[in-house]
Write a protein that binds this ligand. Structure first.
Ligand code: NA7
Length: 538
């Protein structure tokens, strides 16, 4: 095709991560003329971009993989309970190969703008290289944590040594031996990176602005016999995940922490703390994330664990969060993170005491010292959930900009559709249970629901779907109501829409969905049962 040729599809999907790949497969099976555009050079989304050292699952591999194909479940072998990024990326490629997905994907195609053409009933996509494509439906599969952000520190571009962002890690090997390395950021990515590179680094300096509460991952290998047992129990595993609030395998305990004896509580905390994965966070007493008294008890337990692991108690003080309780921000799972700080070649700089003033050609200058480095790693996170939407200039009906519509936070219906943006469906979008989920479990629900909708429209001869204003307002209010009781609403984090590095993201607003995946699924099913209630179909 020439540079001016316009591709035309019934459905254009943006993104070839897990949701984009599954969406392609489903719509192709239903006979739609569908095409995927992907900014990267290959499939994998999150697992394509986040190649930083130590990147791995916090969900059990066997709860994370897709459930839609028995053949896939039979053929794929997980080698670790929490697979490392290279294995997950292989999994993504395995899916692309097995279902021959690449023939319907254009890579290296970053969408710059998307505009609704009301007369033609079509979306027009404009790519960074100037090419265009048109489609009757636009499905965004652009990921909740896919718009990396750099800190707004003066001189951030001045450093002359090696520089990396965890979410944009290069494809070439990076080594740390004999090097003086700085890591800025101690979220889930920073914690994994720091722990891994501490094994080989010459000298490591961690710049921590806010300590996070971490819990042990307790990863281990999966042997052939265990993998067979897992295969035999997949249906049970997925059905247990379906019933859990965030589709994790860890059932919440029906008791309240405040109602049991001190001994019983301590024993249960100890048990869940020693269980692999998110058990301590997601499978704890039912009140720990909503009742401050219960949360204080859990927090106190974790403080004792950290103190026992860090030799220098003054250092432990710095690693213990003071302004939020355990689990009220996303909990990084770790494999020896606290012990890293017992190493003689690791230094923690507490930015609350000595803030960074600027980045220099040679390193980092704080209020009290000037450090020289060979490498700076930015583990500074993402403009979460709405950020990837903001980076595309999306124009809806009547010239309305999505960015403007969402200037005070997202407004959506079911986290899947937006009034004023006809025929656009947002997989894992804001206000969608998938943003707060063992994500492929929710991706499957999202994709199945959207696929059913498109099939229904085709069968009934409908050309347009758009959320009704009152349905959108009611859903948006419901999203805020369900979040209100959570302690996490009292803390700044990407889950409450705050990113200090991005203008317009300083005020807390709930961008995920906190009603839980089972309730969300039920609501989506009810909407269908009532003839796509809340949607204008024409
Ligand atoms: P996060 O969790 O948003 O963490 C970003 C970290 O970077 C966090 O510790 C920030 O401190 C820190 N940060 C950001 N900007 C600065 C500046 N300017 N100076 C110092 N420190 C800074 O992102 P991750 O990539 O770790 O994890 C994202 C999600 O991906 C994770 O939750 C998983 O679900 C997967 P702050 O806390 O803002 O003070």
């Amino acid at each position: 095709p020439t540079a001016t040729a316009i591709d035309r599809w019934e459905v254009a999907v943006v993104g070839a991560g897990l949701s984009g790949m599954y969406q392609l497969l489903k719509l192709r099976e239903l006979g739609f003329k569908v095409h995927v555009y992907e900014a990267g050079s290959n499939v994998g989304g999150t697992w394509y971009w986040n190649r930083y050292p130590g990147a791995r699952f916090d969900s059990e591999s066997w709860t994370y993989g897709f459930s839609f194909s028995d053949e896939l479940l039979k053929e794929w072998t997980w080698t670790e309970h929490f697979a490392p990024q290279p294995e997950t990326l292989r999994y993504c490629n395995f899916i692309a190969d097995k279902f021959d997905l690449r023939r319907d994907i254009t890579f290296n195609a970053r969408v710059k703008a998307a505009a609704w053409d009301d007369a033609a009933d079509e979306w027009e996509l404009i790519f960074e290289n100037g090419r265009r494509a048109r489609a009757h439906f636009l499905i965004t599969a652009i990921g909740p944590l896919s718009a990396p952000t750099m800190p707004t520190i003066p001189g951030v571009g001045d450093f002359k040594g090696e520089t990396y962002h965890t979410g944009l890690w290069p494809h070439h090997p990076v080594t740390f031996a004999g090097k003086r390395v700085a890591v800025i950021g101690t979220g889930a990515s920073g914690v994994q990176t720091i722990t891994e590179i501490a094994k080989t680094v010459g000298h490591l300096t961690v710049f921590q602005r806010t300590p996070n509460w971490c819990a042990p991952l307790r990863n281990s290998k999966i042997d052939a016999k265990t993998m067979e047992e897992i295969r035999a129990s997949y249906q049970d595993i997925f059905s247990r995940c379906r019933d859990h609030y965030g589709c994790f395998i860890h059932d919440a305990d029906p008791r309240n922490a405040v109602d049991v004896s001190d001994e019983e509580r301590e024993a249960f905390f100890e048990k869940t703390y020693n269980t692999p994965g998110f058990a301590f966070w997601q499978g704890n007493f039912r009140d720990v994330l909503i009742d401050k008294r219960a949360n204080d008890m859990m927090t106190d337990f974790v403080i004792r664990k950290i103190r026992a692991r860090v030799k220098d108690q003054k250092l432990a003080d710095k690693l213990i969060p003071t302004n939020h309780g355990f689990g009220t921000r996303r909990v990084p799972l770790e494999s020896g993170y606290y012990e890293v700080y017992n190493q003689a070649n690791v230094k923690l700089v507490d930015l609350r005491e000595t803030p960074i003033e600027r980045i220099t050609e040679k390193g980092i200058k704080t209020s009290d010292a000037e450090y020289e480095f060979d490498m700076i790693i930015f583990a500074t996170g993402f403009d979460a959930i709405t950020g990837a939407f903001d980076r595309i200039d999306i124009t809806g009906r009547g010239g309305q900009k999505l960015k403007e519509k969402w200037s005070d936070g997202p407004h959506t219906y079911l986290g899947l559709q937006i009034e004023g943006f006809p025929n656009m469906l947002t997989l894992v979008g804001p206000h969608n249970a998938a943003t707060f989920c063992n994500i492929p479990r929710c991706i499957e629900q999202n994709v199945d629901w959207v696929s059913d909708l498109l099939k229904y429209m085709r069968d009934k001869g409908y050309h347009r779907v758009e959320a009704k204003p009152d349905a959108e307002a009611t859903w948006t209010q419901h999203v805020h109501d369900t979040a209100a009781r959570l302690l996490l609403m009292t803390v700044d984090s990407w889950m409450t829409g705050v990113n200090k590095n991005v203008a317009g993201r300083q005020k807390r607003t709930f961008v995920a969905y906190a009603g839980g995946a089972p309730k969300y699924r039920q609501k989506c099913e009810e909407v269908v049962a009532h003839g796509y209630e809340g949607f204008a179909l024409s």
